[in-house]
Write a protein that binds this ligand. Sequence first.
Ligand SMILES: [Mg+2]
Length: 232
Amino acid sequence: MLVLVDLDDTLCNTWEAGRYTVLRLIPFLLRRRKFRAFLYILTARYRELEQSREFHMMDLDKIVERLLEKIYAKVPGEELEEMQELIDRVFFSNLRLFPDAVPFLEGLREMGAKVVLVTDSSTRWQRKKLEYLGIKDYFDALIISGETGYSKLDPHNFRLARRLFPHESEVYMVGDRDDTDMRGGEEVGAITILVSRGYFRGRLAKHADYIVKDLLEALEVIRREHEKRAEA
Ligand SMILES: [Mg+2]
């Protein structure tokens, strides 16, 4: 059995920690009279980033830097440094595993599953999260967009994960986003399980075989499907 798992908003509260970080950035921006950046946040223009392949391979602090450059052309280096320090500090002090993450990973281990993390964003940022959350040893392999050069908007990383374990005939994909995790899983013939939480919660799911409310339910689905196959 091969289980592909997403990190952000599936295993940990990235959206919540990110939102808190952006809230803490607002007084900083206002003090420096960066009103246009403030408006960018206020009017939720960041939604335009959802389909950007490039931004899916970057850190949060790199994203903020690039956005500021987009809005202002030139931002003083020390201001950027100060902001990056703030982002790093606030983000990581608010980042948590969801309470069902470890029971889910333990459950997969008990079933003897091969588990591969398939995640967007940069290498440094994602590895730092894994280190900080203490879950790296649960994975048989890590596939990070910043390392492969492809975001999860493309099927490339899912195919890579699939090819690592060619003899596993039963494949699952567990994630929170339909147009990346579920679509990519579908592409490699996985049973796709959407965990409905985080930033993308409530969006229309076109590629999910199952929609569940948490990871314990996802584990139940995997158990049931596995038993069905064992009987057949
Ligand atoms: Mg996610």
